[in-house]
Design a binder for this molecule. Structure first.
Ligand code: ADP
Length: 624
């Protein structure tokens, strides 16, 4: 992601704001118009209130015409009732929009997160950015943009109303003959100077808000990083029952508490800085507005005192002047806030604009009953993004339909990476892969993925029901789920669960959820792979934590289940995959041997023999 701390032209600032407003409008189409409507009716109501109240006071203290008084009172009542109803209507409509808009933003961003290239989904920097956008949503981003934008309208309506009420303020003059400072205070020049002072204060507020807004942004960007750490030491670490054993045995209590405390101190410091900056910004702006309010009161009181206007005039001028001053300075502050908010907004759009580099293709894959899908790697090499080392180097390989293939090799030799390339989680850096002779990049991506079922070493089940976990879907074929569970050896266990297929896995959301053992989780993951009924099934060491014999048993049993499909078994334990017709040996990202168990053993200098003998010796010694 590029840095957004560079300066933008006015045009770029405006374009960013327009883009944000347009995007927001797609979430809650009428929120902005109802909010502006609310600001308008609220301001109009305020305007009429002041205007009619001043007229009433003047009437009561002046000519006291009953007919005029009744008309004024009726107007006041009518305008208040009608405007209040309109205000309430707009407020309620806008409020609903406000409540849901944050969630809509999340849904929109989640859609982006789930549809981006796998390499980006996996990238820790991009994941942190996603979390930061959500964490910062209360201080900057789409919602703040819209709220600030609406406040601008409120200010504008109030400024217009204020200027109308004050239209004759410049010309109201004392009937007395004044001299010196009093004459100046009563003159139009003084009133003009006062308005210039107001504009100068607004400009000052703009620069103050802009300066402090930038500072707050710099601090706020660091808070999600620290909060992530704190969450790790509480939710992620302590919530995970697997970690309890290590915490107890190695007495990690102090290590965790100290690490949390360090992160907490950091977090507290950042929040303190935010509060201090906010306080400085608020105090400076309040000093400016407070001083102006004092001047306003002195000014208007003096004019009333010298007889430029009566009590009605005082009511008519003092509050509008005060409001005008607040709204002009607030308008300036909000404009500066829009600019600071663009710093956050740019991060949102940088995330939304993360490009899709993968070629998603359009050709549908052939639906074959005979599962005759041939895959071939053509001189494929691959480096992970941001690394120089090849994880796969010059791989040439052909899978034939119905093959039982074992992929073996030391940890880090490139076995999983080969599977990731096969399933198009990544595309090769060099070379290409074909399915039935056509480059796999030309196939429709989702269609292509339907061909594969993988149980990864670090597979994940979710806090959904058993049925939803197995089917990976809300809707599922119950019979097929039961049959997959039976094949995976989980039938009796699930039957005994209180709600059968509807039983929630884990207790995150439901009290009657079930906690399952590691072995049971593996079986559910295998059932999920079977349910998908894909042409290629792959076991990527989901059994690594089991002993070699148990692993061998699961692999052999799985082999019987997958029937005519092409199956790939990955393990760093050679004994687990002995039953396969074909064994691929990986070393340092390269395929160095390819053959049956017996053939490979014949080559006594080969890597396979070396590994086999080393592991066989170990099994013999430990009498497994
Ligand atoms: P194996 O499955 O044989 O244990 P992998 O295919 O997982 O090996 O890893 C091959 C090499 O690629 C290793 O050097 C590993 O450190 C590196 N690697 C794996 N995943 C990533 C990743 N996401 N980013 C960078 N390097 C990776």
């Amino acid at each position: 992601m590029k840095s957004s701390e560079k300066s933008r032209t006015l045009n770029q600032e405006i374009n960013l704001i327009i883009r944000g407003l347009k995007l927001f409008s797609t979430f809650t189409p009428h929120f902005i118009s109802y909010s502006i409507g609310y600001s308008f009716f609220e301001s109009l109501s305020w305007f009429l209130n002041i205007f009619l109240a001043a007229e009433l006071v003047d009437e009561v203290t002046g000519e006291r015409s009953l007919q005029r008084l009744i008309i004024l009172l009726c107007l006041l009542a009518f305008s208040q009732v009608v405007l209040m109803v309109l205000c309430k209507f707009c407020y309620n409509k806008a409020r609903v929009g406000d409540l849901i808009s944050k969630q809509w933003t999340e849904v929109y961003l989640n859609n982006k997160s789930f549809s981006m290239d796998y390499k980006n989904m996996e990238d820790p920097k991009i994941r942190l950015e996603r979390q930061s956008i959500t964490k910062n949503a209360d201080v900057g981003g789409l919602n703040i943009l819209v709220n600030t934008f609406i406040e601008l309208f409120y200010d504008i309506f109030q400024i217009i109303g204020g200027l109308i009420l004050l239209s004759d303020f410049l010309v109201k003059r004392s009937p007395k003959i004044l001299t010196g400072i009093s004459a100046f205070a009563d003159s139009s020049l003084c009133a003009v100077c006062f308005f210039i002072l107001m504009v100068a204060a607004a400009v000052g507020s703009y620069f103050i808000s802009e300066k402090y807004g930038k500072k707050i942004y710099t601090v706020q960007r660091r808070i999600p990083v620290v909060e992530r750490m704190m969450r790790y030491y509480t939710d992620d670490y302590l919530d995970d029952s697997k970690s309890c054993k290590d915490v107890h045995i190695f007495n990690q209590k102090n290590l965790i508490l100290k690490s949390f405390e360090n992160a907490f101190v950091n977090w507290r410091e950042l929040n303190k800085q935010t509060a201090e900056i906010g306080l400085k910004k608020g105090a400076t702006n309040r000093i400016i507005t407070g001083s102006l309010v004092t001047i306003i009161y002195l000014f208007v009181a003096f004019k009333a005192y010298v007889g430029a206007f009566g009590l009605g005039g005082f009511i008519k001028y003092v509050e509008p002047l005060e409001r005008l001053m607040y709204c002009v300075t607030h308008f300036a502050e909000s404009t500066a806030s829009l600019k600071s908010n663009n710093l956050y907004l740019e991060k949102v759009f940088e995330y939304i604009d993360i490009p899709t580099d993968m070629h998603y293709g359009t050709i549908p894959t052939e639906k074959r009953m005979d599962n005759k899908y041939d895959i071939e790697f053509h001189n494929v090499s691959f480096r992970y993004p941001g690394t120089d080392k090849y994880a796969i180097k010059n791989l040439n390989l052909k899978f034939k339909v119905g093959d039982r293939i074992a992929v073996v090799g030391m940890n880090g030799s490139g076995k999983t990476t080969m599977i990731k390339l096969l399933c198009r989680l990544y595309d090769p850096t060099e070379g290409y892969i074909t399915l039935n002779g056509i480059d796999i990049q030309k196939y429709d991506y989702e269609d292509y993925l339907k061909l594969f079922s993988v149980v990864f070493q670090d597979f994940k089940l979710f806090s959904f029901s058993v049925g939803e976990n197995v089917a990976a879907s809300i809707d599922y074929d119950e019979e097929k789920v039961w049959s997959s569970l039976e094949k995976a050896g989980m039938l009796e266990r699930v039957k005994a669960m209180p709600k059968g297929l509807k039983t929630p896995v884990y207790k995150d959301f439901e009290e009657d959820g079930v906690e399952i053992s590691g072995g049971e989780a593996q079986k559910l993951a295998i059932a999920r792979a079977l349910y998908k009924d894909a042409a290629f099934v792959i076991l990527d060491e989901p059994t690594a934590s089991l002993d070699p014999i148990a692993e061998h048993e699961i692999y052999s049993r799985f082999n019987d289940m997958v029937k005519d499909k092409t199956a790939v078994y990955i393990s760093h334990r050679l004994s687990s995959c002995r039953f396969c017709d074909r064994i691929l040996v990986f070393n340092n990202g390269q395929l160095i041997q390819d053959g049956s168990h017996e053939n490979l053993l014949e080559n006594s200098d080969g890597k396979y023999s070396e590994l086999w003998n080393a592991q066989a010796q170990y099994y013999a010694e430990t009498k497994v």
